[in-house]
Design a protein. Structure first.
Length: 221
């Protein structure tokens, strides 16, 4: 397991927490779906071109060495427009399915032509696929605004095969508030997972004090 620092990055200019971020955390799921409907049109340009969004590259780099050889089947959780799957495929072959709360985001993801199935679902509830289906799962950007907390982790682990791996990022301000530190400890104590990788990194190249935890866990048999 890789260690991490709790200190935020101070090498780039500081920016206040986005008003949209606060709105997402405080609004209901219906309004969240509406926000993502609007964001789907500008999501990639805003995050990648303007802010230097790094989470997809970080989690893909962390997860790829732990996936089995060949063409593993991977679930992209909260896939958005497909940035994370695209980053993962830059490290090797995989059969990737995507799941997201927003149909509009999924349509943008479909345009990339890299997914098998694309599924609309709420990841805070039981996922609509059989247990022990996937060799791996990956997620970046889902655990960011606080609208999805650690309650999603057991649902994701359920659809992984025994020995399957899950790489994900968590915005540092919700690591404790969203229940991730407690859920990780609970799952490890129960023998459900082992942590293979954990470090803290800069979420964006252009913003100060915007950190993420990059984590890879293995589902134990």
């Amino acid at each position: 397991m890789t260690g991490y620092s709790s200190q935020p990055d101070d090498t780039v200019p500081e920016a206040p927490l986005s008003k949209l971020d606060t709105l997402v955390r405080e609004t209901g799921k219906g309004a969240i779906r509406g926000l993502y409907k609007v964001w789907a049109q500008t999501y990639d340009k805003m995050l990648v071109a303007m802010l230097g969004y790094q989470a997809p590259d970080f989690v893909a780099r962390a997860l790829a060495p732990y996936l089995p050889d060949g063409s593993p089947r991977v679930l992209d959780v909260g896939c958005g427009t497909g940035l994370t799957a695209e980053a993962l495929l830059s490290h090797g072959k995989a059969e990737v399915d995507g799941i997201d709360f927003s149909p509009e985001m999924l349509e943008k993801a479909r345009d990339r032509g890299i997914y098998g199935e694309l599924i609309t679902a709420d990841v805070t509830k039981k996922l609509p696929m059989a247990a022990d289906t996937y060799d791996g799962a990956i997620s970046s950007g889902l655990f960011t605004h606080g609208h999805v907390g650690a309650e999603a982790l057991p649902h994701i682990l359920r659809v992984l095969k025994p020995g399957g791996v899950f790489g994900f990022t968590v915005y540092w301000k919700i690591w404790d508030r969203g229940g991730f530190s407690k859920m990780m400890a609970k799952l490890e104590k129960a023998g459900k997972i082992e942590t293979l990788h954990h470090e803290q990194e800069a979420h964006f190249r252009t913003l100060k004090n915007q950190q993420i935890h990059t984590v890879v866990v293995r589902k134990k048999a």
